[in-house]
Design a protein around this ligand. Structure first.
Ligand SMILES: C[S@@+](CC[C@H](N)C(=O)[O-])C[C@H]1O[C@@H](n2cnc3c(N)ncnc32)[C@H](O)[C@@H]1O
Length: 340
């Protein structure tokens, strides 16, 4: 498994100037989810955390990067937050320069379509006009309804880019939001999906030691990850089984204590019970964390507490922490490499 996975080493430096990296990703997290989206981007592409690029809105200082560059082009169909991966064909400081460079590429494609994103920027030329000009530079016939190739233009006052769409997010999590059993303590399917993507690839085996109503298990199974769930509360476990059935997904489900799980998994997603202040419950949570790190090399752990000190005390490497606001509290997703 180790050879297939690209993981950023903690504290690693960029291996190339971001401007030279040949893939641009478009991120589409809702408000409050940006930090988790950035971690998911790092896990899927092996790149550093996104930094602001020219296509991000300049006028909104509170806005977060919506574009990110990476050296690798990956399939983002299963992503929770990445809308698209684009392979850069050419880019320039002005629209005219970009069009001239496009002409020099000698592109030849049958059945293509051109999409223009201007990120809220009012360019002097309309999107339709830009698309028509580029279409005239390509040898081949456009097909707007069933294209084989999709060209993408990103425009901004400072930079113009033409690329070819490699893959787009399918938003499968969206179809899982309606389910027979929904608890207020359950994770949103989109968050659960991103957490699975932090620790597992399709074909991997994943453990969720506190699986509740199977939100994580459903997302994992839909992505081709083999999920194993533990749930201590029998009625909740029965609801988990009903939710899996409803979405026609399969998982190994055990009614029991997640600390008793024996075996070895590729990744763990752990959504700790919260809302209980009792010391006994807190120590049980920490035991669940310790146990997860013994049975899996990578873990995504969500809780209201900041576990960094505890995790580092165990010898684990904290690859990143993402804050997620939920009503009047903040949940933290810890992305961790186990010391084993
Ligand atoms: C925050 S909820 C998990 C919600 C789940 N991620 C979902 O989306 O449905 C925590 C769950 O852990 C279960 N739990 C608590 N202690 C446990 C233990 N030691 N082993 C297994 N499950 C446990 C609780 O019954 C509860 O359903």
């Amino acid at each position: 498994m180790g050879g297939r996975r690209r993981l950023p080493a903690t504290g690693c430096r960029a291996i190339a100037e971001p401007a030279l990296l040949p893939y641009v990703y478009r991120l589409a997290p809702p408000t409050g989810h940006y930090e988790l989206a950035a971690l998911e981007f790092q896990a899927l592409t092996g790149a550093d955390a996104p930094a602001a690029l020219p296509w991000d809105r300049q006028e909104d200082h509170n806005d977060v990067p919506r574009f990110a560059r990476a050296g690798a082009g990956v399939d983002v169909a299963r992503s929770a937050y990445i809308a698209e991966c684009v392979h850069v064909l050419t880019e320039a400081d002005t629209l005219d320069e970009m069009l001239a460079a496009t002409g020099r590429l000698g592109l030849r494609r049958e059945r293509f379509r051109i999409r223009v994103h201007k990120s809220g920027y009012e360019a002097p030329v309309s999107s339709n006009e830009i698309a028509r000009t580029i279409a005239d530079l390509i040898d081949g016939a456009p097909d707007l309804s069933r294209p084989v190739t999709e060209f993408v233009v990103f425009g901004s006052p400072r930079r113009w880019l033409l690329g070819e769409s490699v893959s787009r997010g399918l938003n499968a999590w969206h179809g899982h939001e309606q389910r027979p059993f929904q608890y207020s303590s359950a994770l949103p399917p989109r968050v659960a999906r991103a957490m699975v993507n932090l620790v597992a690839l399709p074909g991997d085996r994943l453990i969720d030691p506190c699986c509740g109503v199977a939100t994580v298990l459903v997302e994992a199974a839909e992505m081709g990850v083999e999920p194993f769930g533990w749930e201590i509360n029998r009625p909740v476990a029965e609801h988990a089984a009903a939710n899996l059935c409803h979405h026609t997904q399969q998982a190994w489900l055990t009614i029991g204590d997640g600390r008793d799980a024996r075996g070895r998994w590729d990744g763990a997603v752990l959504d700790l019970p919260y809302g209980h202040a009792a010391v006994r419950v807190q120590s049980e949570c920490l035991e669940l964390v310790e146990h997860a790190l013994k049975v899996a090399p990578l873990a995504a752990i969500v809780t209201v507490d900041d576990l960094r000190d505890f995790l580092e005390g165990l010898g684990a490497a904290v690859l990143g922490v993402a804050e997620l606001p939920k009503n009047n509290l903040v949940r933290r997703v810890h992305w961790v490499r186990s010391p084993l």
